[in-house]
Each structure stands twice: as C-alpha cells, then as structure tokens.
Design a binder for this molecule. Structure first.
Ligand code: HEM
Length: 456
C-alpha cells in the first residue's frame, strides 16, 4: 500500500478506525490516512505549510533521481515557491501577449473534432473507449505541448507519438508498481541503487526517453531564444536561468518541471473526459439537456471559455463528472514537514499523508445522492452554478493543482465541442455501462464500447 493505496482498502480501514488512522508497513515511515471534508481542510488549508512537504520514497527516487528538482515531487521551500510563482506569471504573461490560455485549447478544437469524425468513419459509428481516449490523450498533450514548447503536433507525427507513448506509459506502469520486488527495495536501504523490479526499470526507461525529448526541446529553445520576446514556458524558464534572477532555476530543474507539467496534466484530463463519455451514454436525458443548451447558446460555432457563463447546466455536468469519477483518489501524497498533532494524535515529522479525496467528493453529508450522476448537485434554485465547498478535485492550499485553470478550460471546451458534434449511446443490447473503476494511480473506467453518433 506504500506506493499505490487502493481507496476501497482505505475506506474499509476508515470505517473501522475513524477519520484519522495510521499504518506502518515496510521501512519506518508512518502512513497517515485522512478522511472527510473537515480533516482535509484542517490539513491542506489550516495547516497547509506543515503538510506541504512531499514524501521522500524509493518510488520518487526511482522516478526522479536523488534530487527531486522540479515541482510535483520537490519539497516545500523557496525553490518550489519560485517554480509555482513562475508558472503563474507565465500563464498571466501568455494572456497579456494575446496568446491567451483559452486560445491554447481553442486552437486544438478543430483537430480534435476532425479526429473524432475520422474515428466514426473508420469504425462505422461504434467506437471502443480505448480509441476515443487516444484522441483525448492527443488533445490534452497538445495543449501542454503548445504551452511548454510553443507548438502543437500533428496527431500522426512520429515525434508526437514518442512523446505520447512514453508519457502515458509511465502512468500505466506506475499503477502496476505493487510487486513484492518494490516492497523489497522499499525495506532494504539503498537496494534500489543496485537492483530494481522489472516494472520500475521500464518506468525509468520511459522517464529517460521523455527527459531526452524535453532536453532536445530545451536545446532548440536555447538556440532560438529572444530574451525580449519569450514564447512559452521553456523560454520563460531559460530567461530566468540566463539572467540568474533566481538561484532556484537550473537546467535540470527546468527539465523536471516540464516533465511534471506533462505528467500531471495529461492523464488527469483525458481520464476525466473518458468518464464523461461513459456518464453521457448512461444518462441520455442529461446528455440531451446539455445538447439543448449547446444548441441555444452556441448553435454551430465552436465554444469559447466565456460561453460557460451562459451554460450553467453544461458546466454543472462537467463538475459532476469530476465529483463522481473522483479520478485522483489520493491526489499526490503529502508529508508532514515537522512533528505536529492532528485530532490530538502525534504525527511524526516525515509521516506520509494520504488524503482520501473520495471521502468528501462522495460524502452523503455534502451531496444529496453521492453515487448517482446528477448535475443538480451543482445548481442552485435559480438553475445557476452554486458554490460547493466540498468540491475540491484539484486539492487545496499551498500544493493545490498548478494547472487548474488550464484543466477547467480543457474540460469545458473539449466536452462541449464533443457533445456539439456527437451523441454517445449504449451499444445495442447493453442497458448500462459499468461505472466501477480499475484501481490505480488515477481511477480508470473499465474498458467499454459506445456508439458515437454524428449530430450534423
Ligand atoms: C482534470 C484535471 C486535473 C486534476 C483532477 C488535477 C488534480 C490535481 C491534484 C489533486 C493535485 C495534488 C494536489 C496536492 O498535492 O494537494 C495536482 C497537482 C498538480 N497538478 Fe493537477 N490536476 C489536473 C490537471 C492538471 C493540468 C492540466 C496541469 C498542468 C498544466 C496540472 C499540473 C499539476 C502540478 C504541476 C501539480 C503539482 C503541484 C505541486 O506539487 O505543488 N494538473 N493536480
């Protein structure tokens, strides 16, 4: 459980031991599981700094090397603060330069739609979800390629396929990292330096390939950099490295930060869209309501992010997909940066903190029918999107998701465009698609087929 806790096991343990419980397994690190909205807030918001550290596990070392530079796995401190600040300021700068955030996604929309249409013609209307999710992977990866490298790729481009393969392979292999071999390297100090289980070696190979790819992009950016006119995330980073305005940026740090953006921002978005397709096929009445809103507000024009204000039912449906699917069941693990107390219990420094997202996203205390797909969960009496404090799929506090604005725009624009052009239906003879998930780092729907019907 040290690397990849299954939420079912955690839910069972929490029903026995309460909202806060600790586990000790392999090594000496104490694993503290936190359940429920109040405790999540107490840890992530009220005591954000105390719990803003990341655990230093063998898996991190295998994946990221000894130094853990970059963003997602780095420790909380001036370096991380500088990375997060730069990320936000790049988003702002790209907005000011007119190459605004939504444009990153909007540029991708025509390619996304074309690819879905070609899928329909090649599979006579019935698509396997694996095929559709590949389109989601292309699209979400391209948005980030545009943000970091300054250009999108053709979906057929060989270079793009290499980027895609290595990026997504890391996630699927990580979900398999529960072998006895991993327990061995977790228990025996430094064993990982001499021997690793096969899956871990495969992950390392993918990480190396991805890093080589990013390194070549960085080299290209260095040779074409105009200090007065940065184009994308890499350029802004290189500017910082060149001017030495912050001692926190090194070329290795830039490479790792770009890796983090790809790793954190592609699987999450594409998996959410996969669940959206499943819920639409299972809830034709809801899908029809969304399509009515799309017809009224958009007609045939492609959406912009501003359109969401006039489309509360669509926006509420996307939030409901995120709530019900709860794709990141334990987010990214945290650690206690200092010894402290929670609910009167001692939490030793270095304890690994496992936040159970599903415990508040599926809590009957906060949602009327937590296990039913119901966009009304997010609508007030006037049919407008209301605030729901327990809706925190992107985390909260000092380590909250850095890509939240990109992700929200991607989900709205890809989802809306998809339903503007297609209706998802159950295959003949199937009454309902299985809404159970495959356990892993992110929760994936089980493989399914849907009928993809063109609307126009
Ligand atoms: C539906 C899409 C997404 C979901 C549900 C999601 C969710 C999360 C969650 C739960 C965390 C952990 C927060 C914590 O540790 O407390 C996280 C971290 C992070 N996310 Fe996202 N994310 C999404 C998309 C993105 C995108 C598109 C990007 C990139 C542009 C991104 C970049 C990051 C980064 C860099 C971190 C690490 C932040 C840190 O360690 O300080 N995410 N995300």
């Amino acid at each position: 459980m040290a690397n990849n806790p299954d939420i079912q096991d955690l839910a069972t343990l929490s029903s026995q031991y309460g909202n806060l419980f600790g586990i000790k397994r392999g090594g000496s690190t104490y694993i503290v599981c936190i359940k429920g909205y109040d405790l999540f807030r107490e840890v992530m918001l009220d005591n954000s700094k105390t719990f803003a550290a990341r655990p230093s596990t063998v898996v991190q070392k295998i994946l990221r090397g000894e130094t853990c530079e970059g963003i997602a796995t780095s420790q909380y401190g001036p370096g991380l603060i500088a990375h997060r600040k730069l990320f936000h300021s790049v988003l702002r700068s790209m907005g000011i330069n007119g190459k605004d955030l939504a444009k990153l996604v909007v540029e991708e929309l025509p390619y996304f739609v074309d690819e879905l249409h070609s899928l329909v013609s090649s599979c006579s209307g019935m698509a396997k979800i694996d095929d559709i999710s590949e389109v989601f992977q292309y699209a979400s990866l391209n948005v980030l390629a545009y943000f970091t490298f300054g250009n999108r790729y053709s979906y057929k481009d060989g270079k793009f396929k290499i980027l895609l393969k290595n990026n997504f392979q890391i996630f699927s292999l990580m979900s398999k990292l529960t072998s006895p071999g991993l327990i061995l390297v977790s228990i025996i100090p430094n064993l990982y330096k001499f021997w690793l289980p096969k899956t871990a070696r495969e992950i390392q190979a993918c990480v190396r390939n991805l890093e080589t790819f990013i390194a070549s992009e960085i080299e290209y950016h260095k040779s074409t950099l105009d200090l007065n006119s940065p184009r994308d995330l890499i350029d802004y980073y290189l500017l910082e490295v060149a001017t030495q305005s912050s001692k926190h940026f090194t070329e290795t740090g830039v490479r790792k930060a770009v890796m983090d953006v790809f790793q954190a921002g592609t699987e999450t978005t594409s998996t959410t869209l996969k669940w959206a397709v499943l819920y639409m096929a299972n809830n034709p009445d809801i899908q029809e309501k969304i399509q009515c809103e799309i017809n009224e507000v958009l007609g045939n024009k492609l959406p912009t992010y501003e359109d969401r204000i006039k489309m509360p039912y669509t926006e509420a449906s996307i939030m409901e997909v995120q709530r019900k699917a709860s794709i990141a069941p334990v987010g990214v693990l945290h650690a206690a940066g200092e010894s402290t107390k929670l609910m009167g219990y001692d939490i030793p420094k270095g304890s690994l903190i496992v936040p159970m997202y599903t415990s508040f996203l599926h809590s009957p205390e906060h949602w009327k029918n937590p296990f039913q797909f119901d966009p009304k969960n997010f609508l007030d009496a006037n049919g407008q999107v209301g605030t729901r404090p327990a809706f925190m799929p992107f985390g909260a506090g000092l380590r909250a998701c850095l890509g939240i604005n990109i992700a929200k725009q991607e989900l709205f624009l890809f989802f809306t465009t998809m339903l503007q052009h297609f209706t998802f239906q159950l295959p003949p003879g199937i009454l309902k698609l299985d809404e159970d998930y495959i356990p892993g780092l992110t929760l994936q729907p089980k493989s399914f087929q849907v009928v993809l019907k063109q609307r126009h």
